[in-house]
Design a binder for this molecule. Structure first.
Ligand code: PLP
Length: 402
């Protein structure tokens, strides 16, 4: 017998498995629309100009590899919180924040879950939109929370299912936790409008629900951080709600593998914030001891230097602009070649992902006959498209649908 006899087999994560299949595929026309990582028009990973400059600066200043404090790099934590909240709100709430550097967005969600589990008794339910990023359920279920999906997307009309959203909020037990995609909802690309966010927020306030923002795409979505952080700031500033913001710098700084994230908790008063931060420190100690340094130093250097910060804003416009242009080009090609079906939803969606609305059979056909890889639910990462392959992809979709 083995100590590990009770281990059961879990299939590999579908997105990472898809990428492995793509890498192994010898076809020269292959296209990877699965993984949500930015690619330039040549299909290559892109180092942001701001990040490149920050890296050079760090190396020229002599980079030591000492441990960071348990809570992470102090200036990174405050600069990250300022990104999420904007300068004015950050300054006004500085004393009531508990912040902790985290292992990118995933680590931040996990740390926030750990904290909530430690301070809430009985454990509330965690409401998660359906569909959502596949890891939400895993993270919160593994922590022992009961997770409940709620309808978010109207599959027939390919829009946000706002009525179902509101009725879920209105019927959830007070003190329930809701995972909210701050912007660029993954996978549907459908976000509430500003006035819909205001209605949603009001219900949070009236019904004492807890908003946990997953903020993985601030600035990457529209090219403008302030625009993308609207909901977070509305909840904190206008509604004065206690809030959790789980930030990732994977996408908006292209620091995917460096695991740069920040947990920002907005508390009622400074005493609660101080106690909460001390708990984050205690929890982080037993999880990772000290968060990784290099990526946080890069992000902090970008955010702490006006010139580099300006370059970062431009980089986000470059990335979001290229993605938007691919969205329009794919839409226009599908429409101009009279591909069966309607394609308006493609241009109404936002962010890196598009939900094509193809059947699993067509998704399979695209992969097996045309070497075009995408999730089984036909979510595509628009960053995988470029001027060299967009026509091929549009033509292949058309052929499969005829
Ligand atoms: N949340 C959402 C909605 C995402 O799409 C992702 C990444 O794809 C993440 C969080 C976290 O990513 P990371 O842990 O790489 O920052």
């Amino acid at each position: 017998t083995s100590w590990f006899d009770r281990a059961t087999f879990y299939p590999p994560d579908p997105i990472f498995a898809l990428t492995a299949g793509f890498i192994a595929d010898p076809d020269p026309n292959k296209v990877n629309l699965g993984q949500g990582t930015y690619r330039d028009d040549e299909g290559k990973p892109w180092i942001l100009s701001s990040v490149h400059q920050a890296r050079e600066k760090l190396i020229s200043q002599k980079l030591y590899h000492e441990y960071l404090p348990i809570l992470g790099l102090a200036e990174f934590r405050s600069r990250a919180a300022e990104v999420a909240l904007g300068t004015r709100i950050y300054r006004e709430h500085k004393e009531t924040l508990a912040t902790c550097q985290s292992l990118s967005g995933t680590g931040s969600l996990h740390l926030t879950g750990l904290l909530l589990r430690a301070v809430l008794n009985p454990l509330p339910k965690v409401f998660i939109p359906e569909p959502t990023w596949s890891n939400h359920h895993q993270i919160f279920r593994a922590l022992g929370f009961e997770c409940q999906s709620f309808p978010y997307y109207d599959y027939a009309n390919k829009t946000l299912d706002f009525d179902s959203y509101i009725s879920t909020l209105e019927s959830a037990e007070p003190h329930s936790i809701f995972i909210l995609h701050a912007c660029a909802h993954n996978p549907t690309g459908c976000d509430p409008s500003k006035s819909q966010w205001e209605q949603i927020g009001q219900i949070f306030k009236d019904r004492q629900l807890f908003p946990l923002f997953d903020a993985a795409y601030l600035g990457f979505n529209s090219g403008d951080v302030d625009e993308d952080a609207f909901a977070i700031r509305y909840f904190v500033d206008d509604l004065e709600l206690e809030t959790a913001v789980c930030m990732s710098f994977a996408k908006n700084m292209g620091l995917y593998g460096e695991r740069v994230g920040c947990t920002v908790l907005v508390a009622k008063n400074s005493l609660t914030a101080r106690n909460t931060e001390s708990m984050l420190e205690m929890l982080q100690r037993s999880e990772v001891s000290n968060p990784p340094g290099f990526g946080a130093k890069i992000a902090s250097t970008v955010l702490g230097d006006e010139q580099l910060k300006g370059a970062w804003y431009e980089d986000m416009v470059t990335m979001s602009g290229r993605i938007r242009s691919m969205r329009t080009q794919l839409h226009d090609l599908l429409v101009s070649q009279a591909t069966p079906g309607s394609w308006n939803h493609l241009v109404n969606q936002t962010g890196m992902f598009g939900f094509l609305g193809l059947s699993p059979k067509v998704v399979e056909q695209l992969r097996d006959q045309y070497y075009i890889y995408m999730s089984a639910n036909s979510r595509i990462s628009l960053a995988g498209l470029n001027s060299h392959n967009v026509e091929y992809v549009a033509r292949s979709i058309k052929t499969c649908l005829e």
